[in-house]
Ligand binder design. Structure first.
Ligand SMILES: [Zn+2]
Length: 77
């Protein structure tokens, strides 16, 4: 359920990936589970530029995908 798509900030390619390996924090709030995703370096399979992906994935209840707020951005120096 963490297999979600983001768009490459360089070429716009839609990248579907299982982001569960980048979960850094998980918080439960009134039946909803928020998983915080932080990926510092992800390489676009199409243009091979590096970018970061961060945001949250929500499950309500746990185990059921609700929605996500993932953002892909250029890496800030
Ligand atoms: Zn790209």
């Amino acid at each position: 359920m963490f297999k979600l798509s983001v768009n490459c900030p360089f070429c716009g390619e839609e990248i579907t990936h299982d982001w569960s390996e980048y979960i850094v924090d998980q918080e439960k709030c009134s039946g909803e589970v928020e998983s915080t995703i932080e990926c510092d370096e992800f390489e676009c399979p199409k243009c091979h530029e590096m970018f970061n992906v961060f945001g949250s994935v929500y499950e309500a209840p746990k185990g059921t995908y609700s929605y996500h707020e993932l953002t892909a951005e250029h890496i800030q120096e």
